[in-house]
Design a protein around this ligand. Structure first.
Ligand SMILES: Cc1cc2nc3c(=O)[nH]c(=O)nc-3n(C[C@H](O)[C@H](O)[C@H](O)COP(=O)(O)O)c2cc1C
Length: 186
């Protein structure tokens, strides 16, 4: 069993990344393998939008996305973490989400049975961002709504979230709940 976390902030030691690590710690403590993929440390180009995407054998973009998408598709559980940038996910996360269109046009669903979304902003736009991520997850594979967990909170400067004990505990709780769902179903 494996949980793959996709970290979408351009700040590898920022707030969303910190909370992702706390959730993953709990999952690892439950004996489940984890991997965190920090998108800004990879080359993920935007989708070309080919009309014939569905008939292509492989995406025509030559970058790191296909290997990451393969791990994402194979994972039993997922975490998507992004800061709010202008009421939505970051450009890094959006490019990653869009590149999953290759799976969509080839009718290849994600295998994950549960997912967590971690969305942190300075104060506005969290709901809109969660809605966009949720729609992506639901379009990418059938999952009962109660297996999609959400964590939203407020922080601005990198690392600020460390001082918010309640939010840190919620991240840990998300990790424990995801681990519990995986243990129950798998
Ligand atoms: C380009 C940019 C756009 C932002 N837009 C929003 C926004 O619309 N709403 C909001 O609440 N915070 C916004 N923020 C603040 C970030 O969401 C906030 O700093 C967050 O904690 C960053 O997460 P990170 O530390 O994981 O990178 C924006 C920050 C940047 C750099």
């Amino acid at each position: 069993m494996k949980v793959v976390a996709i970290a979408g902030s351009p700040r590898p030691t920022g707030n969303t990344s910190y909370l992702t690590d706390r959730a993953l710690e709990e999952i690892a403590a439950a004996g489940i393998e984890t991997e965190k993929i920090v998108l800004c440390q990879h080359r993920i180009n935007p989708c070309f939008g080919h009309d014939d995407c569905g008939s292509l054998k492989a995406c025509r973009q030559k970058d790191d996305a296909p290997a990451i998408i393969e791990k994402f598709r194979e994972a039993d559980g997922l975490i998507l973490a992004t800061p709010v940038y202008y009421f939505n996910m970051t450009a890094q996360m959006k490019a990653f989400v869009d590149r999953n269109y290759f799976l969509y046009t080839h009718d290849i669903p994600l295998k994950a049975i549960c997912a967590g979304m971690i969305v942190i902003g300075g104060g506005e736009g969290m709901d809109h961002t969660v809605r966009a991520l949720r729609r992506f997850l639901l379009l990418s594979g059938e999952k009962p709504e109660d297996r999609l967990l959400t964590l939203t909170g407020c922080a601005t400067e990198a690392g600020e979230v460390k001082n918010d004990a309640a939010l840190v505990e919620q991240a840990r709780q998300m990790g424990r709940r995801l681990a519990g769902m995986l243990r129950q179903v798998k």
